[in-house]
Design a protein around this ligand. Structure first.
Ligand code: SF4
Ligand code: SF4
Ligand code: SF4
Ligand code: FES
Length: 555
């Protein structure tokens, strides 16, 4: 980029044309206060707190690009007085009595108050009361705390691509609304929670974190979500000295660009599944508790006549140990081979122009991939062609919608597609054949389970074998019901489900952020998940059991 010379605070500096005054000041380690600005969102200059002086004129540094001969002054008495006045007005316009606010301690408006030494309200406060929107399962919107920075609106559309939030009315009556002014809980909100993460005040908060801990009371742990094979980067705020996660934020420095879906942001916080709390074995009188040594002894006795089924929830380290113990008797309970191999990555998804999605509701199942596509559609930089005969929440944003049985005829009609990326999960043989014929297509396979690729790397494929004893290790017991009827069945799983009592030995294993390990994401990259919590139940570390079995076998 071309370099130009400008003056900042009297010093001549060479800077890159195209950058804003704020960006240049940051590079020079010069502080300018900001509020509405939030990279990577496009700046919009609504709060005015970042104003600076250029040759006698005030300009907002977040929206003004550097230009030749600028003479920028960051902290003249007039600039400071104006910022002070702006801040006073922001505090006055709505209810900013910090001691009653959940965001107090973490609020950017409050921090500015401290920075500017505000110790009283200069003007009479505007006493109008706005209704709090508590209709959403996870999120509360309190317009009384809103500074109208529109970070939430921009994040919801520019980053997450959901386009739910907007604004209504003008001036001091402006409020943030969902869709056409419906309660957030009844809106098209996908519960991605990005608006909560970017809101600088207590205007958008999440119900589970509410009053459970300020940032200063938490430690930040970087990890990854393993709810699906996208493997988004997360920043976990764990309360110091406790076994409690206060909130989960998206990591802006990872491929997911800070975006998460409902599962990544809230599944670990609002755990609804019932847990298997201790190990038990069935005898003639029902179930009785069993300890670690009893588990090892029973598995050892049954091992010779066993087939082992696993699912794709297991980490690479666990799969490798399972193979070591059970060798070639390990199979995937579910189909795990792609109908057509992927030949593009998440980065290609971000930059493509035409997308053909086949039979998968991205919003519900692979939310962040859905975000990357939707934001291209909304900004008119991409087209979405959907083939799905079932309900699909992408139908109202797609440019063309066809039934799945119209695959061949629909593709015939769309001749002007620009190297489209086909996004799919399951494909029938016929669909695979139709798609494989077209050399112009690129393919992005979404595995059904988080670590389906890890299973294949360990050469664990789907197959059902008859056997006297069955061992199942994983979370999804659906496919086990029919094959386990005649056998002695040992189940390693975290959850207590209706069908679980049909099996013979039940071993509760750690789940969620109680586990650590690695898996392969959709791009085939190794993603690491850190352990954050200790289990509250008498669960077992799967690796410890497998290592003990290896030890016993080698004696
Ligand atoms: S949770 Fe996500 S989809 Fe819902 S309003 Fe906030 S940013 Fe938009
Ligand atoms: S709700 Fe929060 S992010 Fe949205 S405009 Fe208000 S203060 Fe800004
Ligand atoms: S897209 Fe997948 S990895 Fe990302 S937050 Fe959602 S469930 Fe987790
Ligand atoms: S930060 Fe520049 S106008 Fe708000």
């Amino acid at each position: 980029m071309e370099k130009i010379k400008i003056k900042i605070n009297g010093q001549e500096v060479e800077v890159e044309q195209g950058k804003t005054i704020l960006q240049v000041a940051k590079e020079l380690n010069l502080h300018i206060p900001t509020l509405c600005n939030f990279e990577p969102l496009l700046p919009q200059g609504s709060c005015r707190i970042c104003l600076v002086e250029d040759r006698g004129k005030f300009v907002t540094s977040c929206t003004t690009q550097v230009a030749p001969n600028m003479d920028v002054k960051l902290d003249t008495p007039d600039v400071i007085a104006s910022r002070n006045l702006i801040l006073q007005l922001l505090f006055t316009e709505r209810n900013h009595y910090c001691m009653y606010c959940e965001a107090s301690g973490d609020c950017e408006l409050q921090k500015l108050g401290y920075e500017f030494g505000l110790d009283h309200f200069e003007f009479e406060t505007y006493e109008r009361k706005f209704t709090v929107d508590n209709s959403h399962n996870y999120i509360v919107i309190d317009p009384n705390r809103c500074v109208l920075c529109r970070r939430c609106v921009r994040a919801c559309s520019q980053l997450a691509g959901h386009n739910v939030l907007g604004e209504m009315n003008r001036g001091i009556d402006t409020t943030i609304i969902a869709d056409m002014n419906v309660p957030l809980g009844e809106s098209s909100c996908t519960s991605c929670g990005l608006c909560v993460q970017v809101c600088p005040t207590g205007a958008i908060t999440d119900k589970r974190s509410y009053y459970f801990g300020k940032d200063i009371q938490t430690e930040e742990i970087y990890s990854n979500c393993d709810q699906c094979p996208v493997g988004c980067g997360v920043k976990i705020y764990k309360k110091k000295g406790s076994n409690f996660i206060v909130k989960i934020y998206g990591d802006f420095d990872k491929e997911n660009e800070g975006i998460l879906c409902k599962l990544g942001r809230y599944a670990a916080l609002f755990e609804e599944k019932s847990r298997l709390t201790s190990a038990k074995i069935k005898d003639d009188f029902g179930f009785k508790k069993i300890d670690f040594d009893g588990i090892i002894k029973t598995i050892n006795e049954k091992m010779e006549d066993s087939v082992v089924y696993v699912d794709g929830s297991l980490f690479n380290e666990e799969l490798s140990l399972i193979k070591k113990v059970f060798k070639d008797r390990v199979f995937s309970l579910y189909e795990n081979e792609p109908p057509i191999e992927s030949n593009v990555s998440i980065d290609d998804i971000k930059s493509a122009k035409d997308y053909i999605v086949i039979g998968v509701d991205l919003n519900r199942e692979y939310g962040v991939i859905g975000s990357f596509i939707k934001r291209k559609i909304f900004s008119k930089n991409g087209r979405l062609i959907l083939f799905d005969s079932n309900y699909n929440s992408l139908k109202n944003v797609a440019n063309y919608v066809f039934g799945i049985d119209e695959l061949e005829s629909g593709l015939e009609k769309l001749k002007d597609l620009d190297s489209p990326i086909i996004i799919y999960k399951n494909l029938s043989e016929k669909e695979t054949e139709i798609l494989s014929k077209n050399k112009n297509f690129r393919f992005f396979y979404l595995p059904f389970e988080t670590n389906s690729i890890g299973l294949l790397k360990e050469n664990i494929k789907h197959k059902i074998e008859k056997s006297k004893n069955i061992i199942f290790i994983g979370k999804n017991l659906q496919g086990l019901k029919d094959i386990a009827k005649e056998s002695f069945t040992i189940v390693f799983t975290p959850y207590e489900t209706d069908e679980i009592n049909k099996f013979d030995l039940l071993i509760p294993i750690n789940d969620g952020f109680e586990r650590e390990g690695s898996f392969y994401n959709v791009d085939g990259k190794v993603i690491n998940k850190a352990k954050v919590l200790d289990s509250k139940f008498e669960t077992f570390d799967l690796k410890a059991i497998l290592e003990e079995l290896i030890k016993v076998k080698s004696l």
